[in-house]
Design a binder for this molecule. Structure first.
Ligand code: AMP
Length: 620
C-alpha cells in the first residue's frame, strides 16, 4: 500500500522538498534500514514484508542477500558468507588468532583478508557493500526516490580501521554517509534520551551471538561513551544450546548425536525459548525419536539464570571503569532480540535498580535511532533541533624523542575537531622529520597503537631547535583522522589520512583504557626517565659539537678535564634507570660548562662585530 503524506499547509516541507535519508543498522547477524516518514521513524520491510535482512550473502553469478542466501548456507557453505562484520577492518592474522572461526576459503595475504568465492576474491568491504546495496534498493523502492544520505551504525568499540572499512563499503554501495553513529548512542536517540539536558545511560545489548554493555553520558547535547564491556561470544544462541542439552538429557539422546539432529534440537530449543517469553510453558516435540516433553518457567529460569548472570559481570566492570555506581544510572535501554526474555529484563532491572526501556522493538531500536539522526542531518528538521555529537574514544598522539607519546587530541574530545601543535628539530642540520601517529592512553609509543607514519622532508638545515614544524590533527564527524605537518619558513607540507591499519581486537579499546589506569604510576615514572634520557642525549650532542669546534681554542687543559669527567659521568648514567641521578648529572654538566658557553658566546659576538662599530648594531 502506498503511503500518503498529509501535512498542514506551511507546517511541513512539501514531499518533493523532503530529502530522503535513512538509518542503517549493519549488524553481524541481521541488518535493517529505517526512515522517518510524517515524523515517525520506523524500519522498512522488503517485498515479502520482512524487516530484518540476514547479513548473509551468497555468491554465484549474482550476489544473493538475506533469506535467499541463508537457504543456501548448508548446500554451498564456501560461497555463503555470514558474520562479515567480524572481519571488517581486520587483518587475516588477527582473525585467525581472535577465535573468530569462520569456515571460508581465505586468500593467504598479510593485508586485508580476502575470501575466495565463485564470484572471485572478495574483501569484507565488498561483501558488506552488497548487504548495504540491498538495503539501499529496499529504501529507494519504498520511498520512491534516491536517498540523499544515510547514517550507519557501528559498535562503540569500533576503531578507525573498522569505521573506515564501513564507510568504504557504503561508498562502494553508492551511498553517501552522513555520519557513522555508535550503536548504543543510536538506541538512546530512539528513546529520545538526547532530549534531556544531561544524564547517564546504560545500553544493554544482548543479541543472538554477542553481548555489549555501554555506559553513555549525555552532557550539553554530546553523548560520550564512558565505558564499554561485553562478551563477544555470549548471546541467544547460548541459551538455545543450553536448552538443547537439557532436552538431550531428558530424552536420553546421546551427546554424539548426528549433526542434523543437533540442528533440529537447537531449532526446538529456540522456539521453546521464544515461546516462554509470553507463555507459562513450552511443548517440546522431538520427532526424530518420537519424544515429547515440556519446559516450564521454573525449569527455564534455573537453566538460564547462570547465563544471564554472565551478562551482569561486564555491567559491573563497565560501571567500575566509568567510575560510577548503579545509583548514577538514569536510564537503561534494552537492545537485541534476547532482551525480549522477561527474565533478562527482570535481572537487569534488579541490577540497575530501575525499569529498563523496552517499548521499542529491541531488534529495530538501533536502526530507528539512526533514522532519526539521518533525518536531522539531511536537513529535514528545524535548525534548532539538537545535533548529536560524538567524542574520540581514545587519545590521538604523536611520537616524540625517546619513544614518548605527546597527546594532541585527548580522549573524549568532541568531534569534529582540529588541533595543532608546534615541534622542532632535535639535531643540528636535521632536514627530515618522522611523524608517527599513535592512539592510546599510555605514555610510551610501544604501549600504544600505531596508526600511521609519514615523513616531512626538505626542512632547511638549521641549528637544532630553531625550525618550527606545525603538526595538525583533524578528526572529522566520523572519527577519521587526517594529520599534516608544515615547516613554517618554507611552507613545505606533508600529510596523511589514516587509512585502515588492520588488526585490533574487539575488546582492544577497553583493554587499552584499563591498562592505562593500571599502569598510570609506572607510566609517569617511565616518562620522567625517558624525558631525562632525551635531555641527556640533547646536551651530550650539543656539547660534543661545541667541543669539536671550540674546545681546543677556548678551554684550558684542566677545564677540559673537568668537563670531560662530567660528560663521562652523564654518559654512564644516561642508560640506567635513575631519572633523578641523570637529572643531577645534567645539572652538573650544565654548571661546569657555563663558563665555556659564555666564552663561546663572546667569541661569536666579537666575530660578528669584526669590522663594525657597536653603534651600528645599536641603530638597528
Ligand atoms: P538479534 O541478534 O538482536 O537479532 O537477536 C537474536 C536473538 O534474539 C536470537 O537468539 C533469538 O532467539 C532471540 N529472540 C528473538 N525473539 C525472542 C523472544 N521473543 N524471546 C526470547 N528470545 C528471542
Amino acid at each position: 500500500m502506498a503511503l500518503l503524506q498529509i501535512s498542514e499547509p506551511g507546517q511541513s516541507t512539501a514531499p518533493h522538498q523532503h530529502r530522503l535519508a535513512a538509518g542503517i543498522d549493519l549488524g553481524t547477524t541481521n541488518s535493517l534500514v529505517a526512515t522517518v516518514r510524517s515524523g515517525i521513524a520506523d524500519t522498512l520491510p522488503d517485498a515479502d514484508g520482512y524487516h530484518l535482512l540476514p547479513s548473509i550473502v551468497h555468491y554465484a553469478d549474482e550476489p544473493l542477500v538475506g533469506y535467499a542466501a541463508q537457504k543456501l548456507a548448508n548446500s554451498d557453505p564456501l560461497n555463503t558468507i555470514a558474520s562479515v562484520k567480524r572481519l571488517m577492518g581486520r587483518g587475516l592474522a588477527d582473525i585467525k588468532t581472535t577465535g573468530t572461526r569462520l569456515p571460508y576459503d581465505f586468500v593467504e595475504t598479510d593485508a586485508m583478508p580476502m575470501i575466495n568465492t565463485a564470484a572471485g576474491k572478495l574483501s569484507p568491504v565488498q561483501i558488506s557493500a552488497d548487504i548495504l546495496q540491498n538495503l539501499k534498493q529496499r529504501a529507494e523502492k519504498s520511498l520512491d526516490g534516491d536517498l540523499t544520505g544515510v547514517v550507519i551504525t557501528v559498535p562503540a568499540y569500533f576503531d578507525d580501521a573498522q569505521r573506515q572499512a564501513t564507510k568504504d563499503a557504503a561508498t562502494l554501495a553508492g551511498l553517501k554517509v552522513l555520519r557513522l553513529l555508535n550503536e548504543p548512542t543510536a538506541a538512546a536517540v530512539a528513546y529520545g534520551l538526547d532530549k534531556n539536558a544531561e544524564g547517564i545511560h546504560a545500553i544493554y545489548d544482548l543479541g543472538g551471538g554477542t553481548f555489549d554493555i555501554s555506559i553513555l553520558r549525555l552532557q550539553k547535547g554530546v553523548f560520550e561513551v564512558m565505558a564499554t564491556a561485553g562478551d563477544s561470544a555470549l548471546g541467544g544462541d547460548d541459551f538455545d544450546r543450553l536448552i538443547a542439552e537439557w532436552i538431550m538429557q531428558q530424552a536420553g539422546i546421546a551427546e554424539d548425536a548426528e549433526h542434523q539432529h543437533i540442528r533440529q534440537l537447537l531449532e526446538i530449543a529456540r522456539t521453546a525459548k521464544e515461546t516462554l517469553s509470553t507463555e507459562d510453558s513450552a511443548l517440546l516435540n522431538v520427532k526424530f525419536i518420537g519424544w515429547q516433553g515440556e519446559l516450564n518457567q521454573q525449569q527455564f529460569k534455573q537453566l538460564i539464570d547462570p547465563l544471564i548472570q554472565k551478562t551482569i559481570m561486564p555491567c559491573r566492570r563497565a560501571l567500575r571503569d566509568a567510575g560510577l555506581t548503579v545509583g548514577d544510572i538514569n536510564d537503561v535501554v534494552m537492545v537485541g532480540g534476547s532482551t525480549r526474555m522477561p527474565r533478562v529484563r527482570e535481572k537487569v532491572s534488579d541490577f540497575f535498580k530501575c525499569e529498563p526501556h523496552v517499548d521499542i522493538d529491541p531488534d529495530k531500536v538501533v536502526a530507528i535511532g539512526a533514522a532519526i539522526q539521518a533525518d536531522i542531518l539531511a536537513g529535514n528538521k528545524p535548525d534548532d533541533e539538537m545535533l548529536l555529537l560524538d567524542v574520540t574514544p581514545l587519545s590521538l598522539g604523536i611520537e616524540t624523542m625517546g619513544g614518548l607519546v605527546e597527546k594532541i587530541i585527548p580522549r573524549n574530545t568532541t568531534i569534529p575537531v582540529a588541533k595543532a601543535q608546534e615541534f622542532t628539530t632535535f639535531k643540528d642540520g636535521q632536514t627530515a622529520m618522522a611523524v608517527h601517529v599513535v592512539q592510546g592512553e599510555r605514555e610510551l609509543v610501544t604501549d600504544c597503537r600505531s596508526l600511521a607514519r609519514f615523513e616531512l622532508r626538505g626542512i632547511p638545515a638549521m641549528v637544532a631547535g630553531s625550525t618550527r614544524i606545525v603538526v595538525t590533527y583533524q578528526v572529522d564527524a566520523d572519527g577519521l583522522l587526517s594529520v599534516s605537518a608544515t615547516e613554517t619558513i618554507t611552507g613545505i607540507h606533508s600529510e596523511i589520512t589514516v587509512k585502515p591499519s588492520y588488526g585490533l581486537e574487539d575488546q582492544e579499546i577497553e583493554r587499552m583504557l584499563k591498562d592505562s589506569l593500571e599502569h598510570a604510576k609506572d607510566d609517569v615514572a617511565t616518562r620522567t626517565l625517558r624525558e631525562q634520557q632525551v635531555e641527556a642525549d640533547r646536551v651530550i650532542n650539543a656539547l660534543r659539537a661545541a667541543l669539536k669546534i671550540d674546545g681546543d681554542r677556548l678551554l684550558k687543559q684542566d677545564e677540559f678535564l673537568t668537563i670531560n669527567t662530567a660528560l663521562d659521568q652523564l654518559l654512564k648514567l644516561k642508560d640506567g634507570t635513575n631519572a633523578q641521578a641523570i637529572k643531577r648529572s645534567i645539572e652538573k654538566l650544565d654548571e661546569v660548562t657555563k663558563e665555556f658557553a659564555a666564552r663561546r658566546m663572546d667569541a661569536s659576538i666579537s666575530k660578528a662585530m669584526k669590522g663594525h662599530t657597536v653603534n651600528e648594531f645599536m641603530e638597528n
